[in-house]
Write a protein that binds this ligand. Structure first.
Ligand SMILES: C=C(O[C@@H]1C=C(C(=O)O)C=C[C@H]1O)C(=O)O
Length: 357
């Protein structure tokens, strides 16, 4: 190893770091000035943030990966915004849940994440403007829809302003490092379902499977009860000081959860957007076909279609539809207009940028 060469590179890094430092602070100053122009109104702009991150990925010459530079800029923006006022984000707690991870992935680590006892409470705290945004799981690639989030959106005044996609890895965790003598496994019902086959194969049938409010709650219980284990993710393992008996025990290797970000604002178009709506339909032959006709007729692609029993009438349904595009796009606006002629209830939940990270 040439000491001389090493020193040259380190000197170069030192001088680049000074430039990065100055540029970061110049950037922060502009963000602060923009905050003043906004005059105390809403400072967080999801459409602008998505555009900044997409542009960084497009311009990135490497050798750093596009994902890596986007993550770094995510944190830079988070800190710039926090100079005005850190955003407060409600999520289903306790600390260490996948929802908290999703919130930090979307807003960066300068945001203040606030653990709530339920998804309902998280919605309420944002509806009352006690907190700024809520992040809630909406669907999992293995287990399907998260019913509670869907049901809350039917009547909530909150609007979707973003989505977060997170790969979910589950681990079997315990206070000490052996699989012997486990009496009970705690996990969220979704995690138990997502690891069902692994559990059947690897743990004796006598081990009780107990569903609790969240994965982090499962980890907390396992930390207190030495003869019990938990299924949870990395963050919960670290938070509750548990050892990993087995890693990545989810049955489906591409296990992914999609989360929604909801707040009080409408989000402008970015060119790569999604619009989510709820429509009602009577339980009649051909009703769904009739509802979807306007989408096909206007060239609108549907990315999700989910039905839930309506609370209003027995065997009536509400449909959750995600479409490519923004409500301000002409074809999507025309499809919505037509749809409104065909059914009594159409609610636009929000138009928002596709997940970038
Ligand atoms: C600076 C702004 O405000 C916030 C901070 C941003 C940033 O640091 O780039 C981007 C969007 C907003 O969330 C802006 O609106 O441009």
């Amino acid at each position: 190893m040439s000491e001389q060469l090493l020193k040259q590179h380190r000197d170069a890094i030192d001088s680049i770091d000074v430039q990065i430092l100055n540029l970061l602070n110049q950037r922060a100053q502009h963000a602060r000035d923009i905050g003043e122009i906004k005059g105390g109104g809403i400072i967080y702009r999801p459409e602008r943030e998505a555009q900044v991150l997409r542009r960084i990925k497009e311009l990135n010459p490497g050798p750093l990966a596009g994902e890596s530079v986007a993550r770094l800029f995510r944190e830079v923006m988070s800190e710039c915004l926090a100079l005005e006022k850190p955003l407060s984000i409600a999520y289903l707690g306790p600390e260490g849940t996948f929802t908290q991870l999703a919130a930090l992935k979307h807003f960066g680590h300068a945001a203040r994440t606030v653990a709530c006892g339920s998804i309902d409470e998280a919605f309420r705290l944002v509806e009352s403007r006690t907190l700024d945004y809520v992040v809630a799981p909406v669907e999992n690639s293995t287990e399907g829809a998260i019913g509670r989030t869907l049901d809350l959106m039917v009547s909530s005044p909150l609007k979707i302003c973003g989505e977060v996609v997170l790969r979910i890895h589950h681990h079997l965790l315990r206070k000490d490092g052996t699989q012997d003598g486990i009496r009970r496994v705690y996990a969220h019902a979704q995690a138990l379902a997502q690891c069902h086959e692994w559990l059947n194969k690897n743990l004796p049938a006598s081990v009780e499977r107990v569903s609790v409010a969240s994965n982090a709650e499962a980890a907390r219980l396992a930390a207190e009860e030495p003869d019990c284990a938990a299924i949870a993710g990395q963050a919960a393992a670290e938070r509750y000081n548990l050892l990993k008996l087995a890693e990545n025990i989810e049955d489906e290797p591409n296990n992914t959860t999609r989360f929604l970000v909801l707040g009080h604002q409408d989000v402008g178009p970015t060119g790569q957007d999604k619009t989510s709506i709820i429509v009602s339909a009577p339980n009649r032959p051909g009703a769904v076909h009739y509802l979807l006709e306007p989408l096909a007729a206007n060239g609108v692609s549907m990315t999700k279609f989910e039905s839930r029993p309506s609370r209003a009438g027995l065997w009536d349904y509400v449909f959750f539809i995600d479409m490519e595009g923004h409500v301000q796009d002409a074809n999507l606006a025309a499809a919505l207009e037509d749809l409104r002629q065909r059914t009594a209830f159409v609610k636009v939940l929000g138009a928002y940028p596709l997940a970038v990270l």
